[in-house]
Design a protein around this ligand. Structure first.
Ligand SMILES: *Cc1c(COP(=O)(O)O)cnc(C)c1O
Length: 305
């Protein structure tokens, strides 16, 4: 079981690689949300998403420097592993589904990792990654990823101890699990609320039912496109998550527009999902809410919309 000790260790590990990201609020966005909304800008990371924190922490803990790191992803996890591998001078191979956006593939290759395009979906990509030699990194079931990602919430609560609600988008659940771990330790009165797409509700349904379930996955929001619940994050979410909200993909697009117009910032769909949750369920939110804009990496199609 992860503890704050792991999170503090991760902070020390990350300190040499990444500065803290900004977190502040925007009056026009507060007007739209009907309360103060602190925006935590993980879209300002060098890879455009928070996952780089987990990857830097996990790879820092691997001993055999010669061992290749292997993973599978539609985008941001791939980029995070590639970035961390480059930081530490390691080799990385990423299996991406054939439909992965061209720009996301190029971003991984530009960091020096090898990309193998394989399969129609993440399930196929995972199956292929399992046949490759090296250390396989799961995008969900890795405590070191969760400990790295937890540094987001340590920074956030240190800077804004008055927060009563933190809203986190959920795919596999590492982000929400990390928020639960840190909030329980640093601000037990602060509620953590998860948000997932109605079109990919596996983590939501796993949390509600208390078992790991598989669900259909038709969302167009990349970072939230997960078809199953993951054990390690679900365990932490069961202990501390206060609520879990489902929103539609169109509502997520509307939240992206609001962030662009009222908060000077570009979010990909997954990065805007927390705000969509705040707008969909104002009754669940307190007076001082933080939304984590987890990522910036919108596809050209998303940007056009
Ligand atoms: C991966 C990702 C998420 C979901 O995070 P999990 O830890 O998988 O739940 C949310 N937003 C963005 C931008 C992501 O890349």
């Amino acid at each position: 079981m992860l503890t704050m000790r792991d999170v503090l260790q991760a902070r020390r590990t990350l300190a040499g690689h990444l500065p803290p990201t900004p977190s502040w609020s925007y009056p026009l966005l507060d007007d739209a949300a009907g309360r103060r909304v602190v925006v935590k800008h993980e879209n300002a990371q060098p890879t455009g998403a928070f996952k780089v924190r987990g990857a830097l922490n996990l790879l820092a803990g691997l001993d055999d420097l010669g061992e290749e790191v292997v993973t599978y992803s539609t985008g941001n996890h791939a980029r995070a592993i590639a970035y961390a591998a480059r930081e530490y001078g390691r080799k990385a191979t990423v299996v991406m589904p054939e439909h992965a956006a061209e720009l996301k593939v190029r971003a991984v290759e530009a960091l020096g990792a090898t990309v193998i395009r394989h399969g129609a979906n993440m399930g196929d990509a995972e199956a292929h990654a399992r046949t490759l030699p090296g250390r396989l990194v799961s995008p969900g079931d890795e405590p070191a990823l969760i400990a790295g990602v937890a540094t987001v919430y340590a920074e956030l609560l240190e800077r804004h101890p008055e927060l009563d609600t933190i809203v986190v988008p959920v795919g596999s659940g590492t982000g929400a699990a990390a928020a639960c771990l840190v909030a329980a330790a640093l601000a037990p009165g602060c509620r953590v609320i998860g948000v997932q797409s109605q079109a990919a509700p596996a983590a939501h349904d796993s949390w509600r039912s208390g078992t790991l379930v598989h669900r259909g996955n038709t969302t167009r929001v990349d970072g939230l496109a997960t078809g199953r619940g993951f054990a390690a994050p679900q365990e932490l979410m069961r202990a501390h998550l206060a609520e879990f909200v489902l929103v539609g993909d169109d509502a997520i697009d509307e939240a992206r527009r609001l962030l662009a117009r009222r908060a000077c910032t570009q979010a990909e769909g997954a990065g805007a999902a927390a705000l969509a949750g705040v707008l969909a369920r104002p009754d669940l939110m307190g007076a001082s809410v933080a939304v984590v804009v987890t990522g910036a990496n919108a596809t050209e199609l998303e940007l056009a919309r």
